[in-house]
Design a protein around this ligand. Structure first.
Ligand code: MN
Length: 234
């Protein structure tokens, strides 16, 4: 019988698994109610990506790519590598809400994913072939997802290749493509140990220190950059 596998129940309730795993009266993670409002403008702007360093029962990096109104998500135990000869295991996990992109803090012990979450990198991304969301969707379905990252810590062309599926959970490999950013000399997860938004270390996030000074410094830097842009433009 030629039945097409219908494993895309996610289409009906996009974040069902995400919500089922969490008790939002206990965790400060976003409940994922706000994706609909954003859908309308989705096509008009660049797609976002985020990488969160997550010290749960095991340290890992959560690699998330925006697609079809959710963040497709992979847990990468060793994190990304700029060395094209290095293949990093990436276990696909449940889709996350787009609001998760701003989440940094702690998840209470005993709750799902309990531990510390750092915003390690974020930015925008695009299909490597310039084919937009359609190309990304196709790559995701085929298990050969090629994309370019425009982050602060991660840049250039990368690929996620699906190697196998186990009980609905897919295993992928995250690999750097050879381009001008590829290098064997930078161990990026060792070098970059602070939050991309707050500058905090994992310990500072865990103890709830806020580093208020940093946000004002960032604003000043943003203002300076804007002023420089205006100066160049005029
Ligand atoms: Mn995680």
């Amino acid at each position: 019988m030629a039945t097409k596998k219908k494993r895309r129940s996610a289409k009906k309730a996009p974040l069902a698994e995400y919500k089922r795993k969490r008790d939002f009266s206990k965790t400060a993670e976003p409940s994922g109610g706000g994706t609909k409002a954003r859908t309308a403008t989705r096509r008009r702007r660049a797609l976002r990506f985020v990488v969160q360093k997550h010290a749960a029962s095991h340290l890992h990096y959560d690699f998330r790519l925006e697609l079809d109104g959710v963040m497709k998500s992979w847990a990468v135990p060793k994190g990304p590598s700029y060395d094209p000869s290095v293949r990093r295991l990436a276990m696909e996990v449940e889709d996350h809400p787009i609001e998760y992109n701003t989440f940094e803090g702690t998840i209470p012990k005993g709750e799902y994913g309990g531990g510390t979450v750092m915003l390690w990198d974020r930015g925008t991304y695009a299909a490597e072939d310039g084919g937009g969301e359609e190309s990304l969707r196709d790559g995701y379905e085929r298990g050969d997802l090629k994309f370019v990252l425009h982050g602060k810590r991660l840049l250039g062309a990368w690929v996620l290749v699906r190697t196998r599926r186990e009980r609905g959970r897919a295993q992928w490999l995250l690999i750097k493509h050879r381009d001008e950013y590829a290098t064997t000399k930078l161990d990026v997860t060792k070098v970059v140990e602070t939050s991309v938004t707050t500058g905090r270390t994992m310990d500072e996030i865990a103890t709830g220190r806020s580093r208020v000074w940093h946000s004002s410094r960032k604003k000043t830097a943003t203002k300076k950059r804007a002023a420089a842009r205006r100066a160049r433009a005029s």
